[in-house]
Design a protein around this ligand. Structure first.
Ligand SMILES: NC(=O)c1ccc[n+]([C@@H]2O[C@H](COP(=O)([O-])OP(=O)(O)OC[C@H]3O[C@@H](n4cnc5c(N)ncnc54)[C@H](OP(=O)(O)O)[C@@H]3O)[C@@H](O)[C@H]2O)c1
Length: 246
């Protein structure tokens, strides 16, 4: 697993309480290679493994990001796997929009905050641990519907647009971070439709063989990530290892 990273590498998973994030934590702990698996969620989470460090932080806040940076203390981070994302939020009345009439500025702003701004601010906070000369992988979960080139169906304005913004922020950060660490690869990943809380309201219309388990997706995404070279930093891949159009 992730053969380009050193034995005993340090991994950080954000959104570790979510369906895919939790499965990535488990996939990493199933391998003897990571030395530290730091998992951040808004809720306390635990695993029965001495390499596991669970942090209950809200990374949407400057305080949460500062606490995470303090925990890492500038020591080299080899893997950042960001699994944070938002499609719907009943409590806040956020649902994927079907038509222009459904657009709501507050809902759009919140989707942009969680799907685009938060991942970029996370990279800002983690710069001291990412820069240097150590091999490092940054994966941030996107979605194929965030591809502008692939948008034929329309709808889901806020989610699509916030994921497109996410992709541009990650691509731009990849260009800058290459100068701070030539061994760093930043990759946007599309997991495919996965059986989690995020996709639950839409699963009925997904054929059974197209609805993946979080464990399958975690294994696939780590494999796809592990195939990326430094020259491929700032790219967008799906779970099958195929590039996705921006
Ligand atoms: N499931 C799919 O079919 C699918 C398809 C394409 C793309 N994706 C993308 O894959 C990623 C993971 O999604 P998932 O399916 O695992 O969904 P999920 O189970 O809903 O997990 C998403 C996680 O994002 C974090 N999050 C959500 N709202 C937040 C907020 N307001 N503030 C801070 N953190 C927040 C939470 O992490 P904590 O609970 O740890 O705080 C949450 O558990 C997302 O970026 C999603 O867009 C999923």
């Amino acid at each position: 697993m992730l053969g380009q990273l050193p034995e005993g590498f340090t991994a950080l998973i954000t959104g570790a309480g979510g369906g895919i994030g939790a499965a990535v934590v488990d996939a990493l702990l199933a391998s003897p290679r990571p030395g530290r698996v730091i998992a951040v969620s808004r809720q306390p989470i635990s695993r029965n493994d001495g390499r596991f460090e669970g942090l209950a932080l809200d990374l949407a806040t400057p305080e949460g990001r500062a606490a995470l940076a303090h925990h890492l203390d500038g020591r080299p981070l080899h893997l950042l796997f960001n699994a944070i994302g938002l499609l719907h939020d009943e409590a806040q009345g956020i649902h994927p929009e079907k038509r222009l009439d459904d657009l709501d500025p507050q809902a759009l702003a919140h989707l942009f905050e969680i799907n685009a701004t938060l991942p970029a601010m996370l990279l800002q906070a983690l710069q001291p641990a990412l820069k240097g000369s150590h091999p490092a992988l940054v994966a941030s979960l996107s979605a194929r519907v965030g591809s502008i080139g692939d948008n034929r169906l329309g709808g889901w304005y806020g989610y699509r647009a916030s994921k497109a913004a996410h992709n541009m922020l990650m691509k731009t950060a990849a260009v800058e971070l290459r100068r701070l660490n030539p061994g760093l690869r930043v990759v946007c990943l599309h997991p495919g439709t996965t059986a989690t809380g995020l996709s639950r309201p839409f699963q009925a219309r997904v054929p059974e063989d197209k609805l993946f388990s979080p464990a399958f997706v975690a294994e696939r995404l780590l494999a796809v990530l592990g195939e990326r070279t430094p020259e491929e930093s700032g790219s967008f891949y799906d779970w099958a290892g195929e590039p996705v159009a921006w």
